[in-house]
Design a protein around this ligand. Structure first.
Ligand SMILES: C[S@@+](CC[C@H](N)C(=O)[O-])C[C@H]1O[C@@H](n2cnc3c(N)ncnc32)[C@H](O)[C@@H]1O
Length: 266
């Protein structure tokens, strides 16, 4: 008789999803939802279905990969980031930003639009956008998004006064302009096992730690905080926090909005 652990082992070894990083209760909720949908009453029956049906493996992967995102997600944070970007614009040097765990690209493209809106010149901005999920990165590189019953792209983009400067509309679809795309480079990077980077002016690491097992949060937060230069700004998701010893390396820029500034080391 197969157990929940057998199911997780199958997912880890036979699919591209890194289930071992995730919080088990989260995985159980998502797997149970698929079991109800496919009318399988036990882990044993569901594992048998997964073994024989590639389409169900795809469905499960879709359910497990939390790529939920939007343009200008949590508007107040973006208002605060606009101020940070305006200050950086005044420096007249290249501003380097990392969108870590960028999902389908809406976060880094929001950054690109916001930087241009805040008065930065194209040549002054360099945005790196990474994720562990190759499929999400592929969608991100295309830069084409579709409104649906649950996704109102016009509403998401209404954060900007003139979104039409940055995207073209084509029926239900919006297409990101080349000017906005040109500022962003996409790359695969695993925040848990991958190296940290250096010298970034701003790093966004939002809404990834909430889904992961506690033991993986620290390596991720170490990776992103070490990637900031002196005075660089770290932005977390609205329900995410820094452990006290990592927090000590930062000044609270706007802790309510989870925006922290790396202390200068003299
Ligand atoms: C909910 S989305 C967040 C997207 C965006 N940052 C936002 O806040 O809207 C979480 C993303 O984290 C990615 N992810 C999960 N584990 C990761 C890891 N170890 N390294 C890099 N990305 C990871 C997932 O593939 C997914 O695209």
């Amino acid at each position: 008789m197969s157990t929940f652990d057998d199911l997780l082992t199958f997912i880890e070894t036979e699919t591209t999803f890194a289930s071992s990083y995730y919080d088990e209760s989260y995985l159980d909720r998502r797997i149970s939802a698929r079991m109800r949908r496919t009318k399988r009453d036990s882990y044993d029956e569901y594992l048998a279905l997964l073994r024989e049906d590639p389409a169900e493996r795809e469905e499960l992967l879709d359910t497990l990969s939390v790529n939920v995102t939007s343009f200008f997600r949590d508007g107040k944070v973006w208002t605060a980031m606009r101020d940070v970007l305006k200050d950086l614009a005044a420096s007249n040097r290249t501003v380097r930003i990392w969108s870590a765990a960028c999902a389908d690209g809406r976060e880094p493209y929001s950054l690109s639009m916001l930087a241009l809106d805040a008065g930065l010149k194209s040549r002054q901005v360099d945005i790196l956008a990474t994720d562990i999920d190759e499929n999400a990165l592929e969608r991100a590189r295309q830069g084409v998004y579709t409104s649906s019953r649950t996704t109102d792209l016009d509403e998401q983009l209404s954060f900007l006064d003139a979104p039409s400067s940055y995207v073209e509309k084509d029926g239900d679809q919006i297409v990101i302009s080349e000017t906005v795309k040109d500022l962003v480079t996409f790359d695969r990077h695993d925040l848990i096992t991958g190296n940290s980077k250096d010298g970034f002016d701003m790093v966004l690491c939002r809404n990834v730690c909430i889904y992961l097992d506690t033991e993986y949060k620290r390596p991720i937060l170490e990776t992103v905080s070490e990637s900031l230069g002196n005075g660089g700004v770290l932005v977390l998701g609205q329900t995410e926090t820094l452990p006290p010893d990592i927090k000590d390396r930062f000044e609270a820029e706007d802790p309510r909005l989870r925006i922290y500034r790396r202390r200068r080391s003299d």
